[in-house]
Ligand binder design. Structure first.
Ligand SMILES: Cc1ncc(C[n+]2csc(CCOP(=O)(O)OP(=O)(O)O)c2C)c(N)n1
Ligand SMILES: [Mg+2]
Length: 701
């Protein structure tokens, strides 16, 4: 493969370097090795891509000064890396005695032997190097980085075993355009917010500023202003073409962060070579002279200059580059013929292991409400598992908007039960970080409507981690979310959100939604066990309207109270009654309405049974089929919206499984939920259920 013009420029410049007589600098040698190899991986990926043998060409070229950041840290410090942090990765690998070149090349060729994603994505990640793989969603890893740093400190305080050394520093790299992303702002803000309160947070953010995001330039001075202005976040700037200075500044910041346990941000100026990615034609938006001008700021040339000053000849450095080039190319060619994932089963294997059983039920106590059942189950689990943390908006002193977490902070202390800042992205980021750091986090999202602005932390981060790391990193958690409709006291859309479609299509995600107090406790325990044993990411959706409900049919009948008893295995429903005329399939508020309608039907001589799905993902398909076939008539009672709601999945599951009886569904309207009595106009009602049930059974309403 012919040399690229960037390479010829570098080689010519290296050969022309004057030889000095400074003392040998071993760090310069280490830096050079990592930087050269990173650059050559970029060229090798492009060469392979031109013949269809590589699938990823976002280069680290021009950013290789980030290798100095690795050298300033320890290979046991958790790292969350930008897609241009190849120099960092190789420097860290070398620190640990590993050649990281094959890792990178196996990544770009999607080879199954790649050490972290195993052919599922090109990421920088390695469990042995404490590099937690990141997705390509800009800035999505910044909140998790805060969580990891927080968890290092909290583990020490609570004496919880952590995978990270007690004096570890978290490093998190990202691009300049990424700084503007809401998720980056969440990370930067929550880091500063914690530090401002005097909480320790050993976190080193590194902004790799090449001045551009794909084709859009960052405004002159903006990144510096935006980062420098952060309260409680120490800021330092370093030019990427001065390796001695980068090392010095990075070392100073890393040591300071390690010693003071305070967060800092290193603003690392870089250049971007080889365009944004392989398919990007840079000439369309950058003038040729501009592109060439950056060549003089080549971090490889800068390190070469340092080495030459220490007595290496430029000729020797150029030859070294060419020798490395052959070696990396040979590794690349070998990587291109390695097997890729061959079956869908192989692809999904790490997605969602399901080995955890349902934990043993506690001794039955007094019948309680759903809110009290959740409260008691949380208390019992906090008691049993010192790794469990509970946090969110207003969960501590107030005990939650509905009192569900009342008394838990008093009982278990502010170290384990605490209020967070008002930002759902940061709350989930804290959980993401704590979960990879030895904790079992139980974050609360105050209302379902407010999960949506932070959803990527669940979808893009939490749910993908096992997939992209073959289970080597896991972030088991149980996200408690208060939601669904029918809430009368404090109504309106934002307190009555029934949009769950967005959770049901996240691969591997568990979506639990209890209706009754006994199930609530049992399902919570099952979720926690799945989080602990299988690293499951669980959303536990609590129906607000049922929190304090006591009765089922008549006032004072206490039919909705139940003691904590029994178990609730993952993906298993619960059947009420044994009627043979009709099966009502529902959950949560719909369960209660269905049970009431079933009684009304019984009075009219129709025998109905009611299946409580309990789990909206994975759906209890076996139970569904059994109960459907038992009557041959299914009415799906769906309190979520008609479009994108749960009943679409239920009906499809029945059809897919070959159920050939009758099916009908009733659901809420495709509308947001209005305030006051008007809410009942769009929410599914018992009258509609009854009417549909009678219709299905051929009886007049
Ligand atoms: C949330 C999100 N939006 C858009 C993109 C598409 N995208 C990929 S890279 C990129 C530019 C990032 O620029 P910067 O943060 O400066 O990093 P650089 O590539 O320059 O290193 C964009 C917009 C993305 N990956 N994620
Ligand atoms: Mg950039």
């Amino acid at each position: 493969m012919a040399l690229d013009t960037l390479e010829t420029h570098l080689l010519d410049a290296l050969r022309a370097l004057p030889r000095g007589s400074d003392a040998a600098a071993p760090e310069a040698e280490e830096l050079w090795r990592a930087q050269v190899r990173s650059r050559l991986c970029d060229f090798a990926a492009r060469e392979l891509q031109s013949t269809g043998r590589s699938f990823y060409t976002i280069a680290s070229a021009g950013h290789e000064s980030n290798a100095a950041v690795a050298l300033a840290l320890r290979p046991t410090d958790p790292a969350l890396l930008h897609y241009r942090s190849g120099g960092f990765y190789l420097a860290r690998a070398a620190q640990a005695g590993r050649d990281g070149v094959p890792d990178i090349l196996h990544g770009v060729t999607a080879a199954t032997v790649e050490p972290i994603a195993g052919g599922r994505h090109k990421v920088f990640g390695n469990h042995e190097l404490a590099v937690i793989p990141q997705t390509s969603t800009i800035a999505s890893h910044l909140p998790r980085a805060v969580g990891v740093a927080f968890a290092i400190e909290r583990a020490r305080k609570l004496d919880v075993q952590s995978p990270w050394p007690r004096d570890a520093v978290v490093v998190c790299t990202f691009g300049d355009a990424s700084v503007n992303h809401a998720t980056a702002q969440a990370g930067l803000n929550s880091a500063a917010h914690l530090a401002h309160q005097g909480l320790t947070l050993p976190l080193l953010y590194v902004c790799e500023d090449n001045g551009i995001g794909i084709s859009v330039r960052s405004p002159q001075g903006w990144v510096e202003s935006a980062l420098r202005a952060r309260p409680a976040l120490r800021y330092e700037l370093a030019p990427g073409d001065d390796p001695e200075l980068v090392l010095e500044v990075a070392q100073e910041l890393a040591d300071w962060t390690r010693a003071t346990r305070r967060p800092a941000v290193l603003h690392l100026r870089t250049v971007r070579f080889l365009s944004h990615a392989g398919a990007d034609v840079e000439a369309a938006y950058r003038a040729p002279h501009e592109i060439r001008a950056d060549w003089d700021a080549d971090p490889l040339l800068a390190t070469g200059r340092w080495l030459a000053a220490c007595g290496r000849s430029g000729e020797e450095l150029a030859d070294d580059y060419l020798a490395e080039r052959e070696r990396v190319r040979a590794t690349a060619l070998a990587a291109a013929s390695l097997p890729q994932l061959a079956t869908a089963a192989e692809v999904v294997r790490p997605l969602a292991p399901r080995t955890a059983g349902a934990p043993a039920p506690p001794e039955a106590g007094e019948p309680t409400t759903l809110a009290l059942a959740v409260n008691a189950a949380l208390a019992a689990e906090l008691e049993r598992d010192p790794r469990m943390l509970l946090f969110g908006e207003d969960v501590a002193a107030k005990g939650g908007v509905y009192g569900v977490t009342r008394g838990l902070q008093r009982r278990f202390g502010a170290g384990r039960v605490f209020d967070t800042l008002l930002d759902e992205t940061s709350i989930l980021g804290l959980a993401l970080g704590a979960a990879v750091s030895g904790f079992v986090p139980v974050p609360e999202i105050q209302y379902l409507a407010y999960l949506h602005n932070a959803e990527d932390q669940l979808r893009g981060e939490a749910a993908t981690l096992q997939f992209f790391s073959q289970g080597r990193y896991r972030n088991g958690m149980v996200v408690r979310v208060a939601g669904l409709g029918y809430q009368k006291g404090f109504g309106g859309h934002f307190h009555n959100d029934n949009a769950v479609g967005v959770l049901r299509d996240v691969p591997g995600l568990v979506l639990a939604s209890p209706g009754r107090p006994d199930d609530a406790a049992a399902m919570l325990r099952t979720c926690l066990e799945a989080a602990r044993v299988d690293g499951a990411v669980c959303v536990y959706l609590e129906p607000i309207a049922l929190y304090h409900t006591r009765d089922l049919h008549e006032e004072g009948d206490g039919g909705w109270l139940a003691p904590a008893a029994g178990d609730a295995p993952l993906g298993v429903g619960r059947t009420y009654g044994d009627g043979t005329d009709l099966t009502l399939v529902s959950w949560a508020n719909g369960l209660r309405m269905s049970l009431r309608v079933a009684r009304e039907l019984a009075a009219r001589g129709i025998g109905a049974r009611v299946l409580d799905l309990r789990w909206l993902a994975p759906l209890p398909v076996e139970d569904l089929l059994r109960e459907a076939r038992a009557t041959g008539r299914v009415l799906v009672v769906d309190e979520t919206r008609r479009t994108g709601g749960v009943s679409e999945g239920v009906v499809t599951a029945l059809v897919d499984a070959g159920y050939d009886g009758r099916i009908a569904r009733v659901a809420s309207k495709d509308s947001f939920i209005p305030l006051g009595d008007a809410a009942s106009l769009v929410l599914l009602s018992e009258e509609e259920i009854l009417e549909a049930a009678l219709g299905l059974c051929g009886q007049p309403a």
